[in-house]
Design a protein around this ligand. Sequence first.
Ligand code: CAA
Length: 260
Amino acid sequence: MSYETITVGIEAGVATITINRPKVLNALNETVLTELTKAFRDLKKEASLRAAIITGSGDKSFVAGADIAVMQEMTPLEAKAFVDLGHKCMHAIETAFFPVIAAVNGFALGGGLELALACDFIYASKNAKLGLPEVNLGIFPGFGGTQRLSRLIGKNKAKELIYTAKILNADEALGWGIVNSVYEPADLLGAVKKTIDTILKKGPVAISLVKRVINDGTDLDLTSGLSLEALTFPVIFSTEDKKEGVKAFLEKREAKFIGR
Ligand code: CAA
């Protein structure tokens, strides 16, 4: 499948999705959002897919936000359609059955940080700059940032970041709990792939189910979240992978998971 504003490559069960509008620092217009949504819809049909990486083309920017130029003449109704498209795109990424890691290789501002927040976690390069500076434009984050960032780092820190439009460097974002790790730019993709290699050695069904339990469960109260965990846990006992994993441990050998 070929796209106008993104590239999608699949190698050994790992998809790399690159936002490719370097002239505008990979800003998200309707075409990028539509293509990303479509790409994830298609990737979800690939049963053999095990993980995905989202990054930006060039060495300056992951994604510098929603495309400000397209917002200039937007009516409220058009803004509603735009934000709905953004939400649909982030939802398509967040609900992938496989882990999706954001490799933030430069600016991740506004909709760019919101895109990274829809991934399972974020690795950043030392030159990354992250923030939700929408209030500088007289608007506020609309692709999930108000909710996903608050849930990730807490309401008060999210408010400080959003109200002040503060831009964090990579180490500050690490301290704020927004990114998991920081690397030299040349090492970023290698580090993401190394973590994915570790994940690929684990039981794919277990990874897929635990992702869902964490994502869905943390939006619930503790009792309901624990109940979701307790009710999902026995499902894994119906898999070949559970039999193999436990057997391999007892036989003191590495497990060979098949994803069933
Ligand atoms: N939308 C459209 N174009 C953008 C853009 C964006 N979000 N960010 C950068 N560009 C364009 C610039 O207009 C510029 O285009 P020209 O070459 O045609 O002038 C080009 O990309 C390069 O950018 P700069 O010359 O500004 O590069 P810089 O290194 O001087 O600055 C920057 C980089 C600090 C990221 C600056 O471009 C910037 O502040 N960008 C906007 C960041 C922002 O406000 N993002 C939030 C957008 S709103 C949003 O995302 C809403 C939402 O939640 C849904």
